[in-house]
Design a protein around this ligand. Structure first.
Ligand SMILES: [Zn+2]
Length: 82
């Protein structure tokens, strides 16, 4: 139930921010502000962890090896085709 709430709040946040196109690979990304105040380019898709991937949550926390109950965006770095 709480996860559904998070998805809703996140979609609202994305709606307020323009998506941007990565200048290196041309993929659409969006920026998530991390707890350190940095703008992190992330994938558009919101997803759950699988114990392996790194996710940036809606609170701006970077979670490495995110578990299945962690909801967030994968950083764009791993997807960027240079
Ligand atoms: Zn890129």
């Amino acid at each position: 139930m709480q996860a559904e709430k998070k998805i809703t709040s996140y979609q609202t946040m994305i709606g307020q921010r323009p998506h941007v196109v990565c200048p290196i690979c041309g993929q659409q990304v969006h920026f998530v502000t991390t707890i350190a105040g940095k703008q992190m380019p992330c994938q558009i898709a919101l997803e759950y962890g699988d114990g392996k991937k790194t996710l940036v949550t809606h609170t701006g926390r970077t979670v490495r090896k995110a578990a299945a109950d962690v909801l967030g965006f994968q950083p764009h770095w791993g997807f960027c085709k240079r």
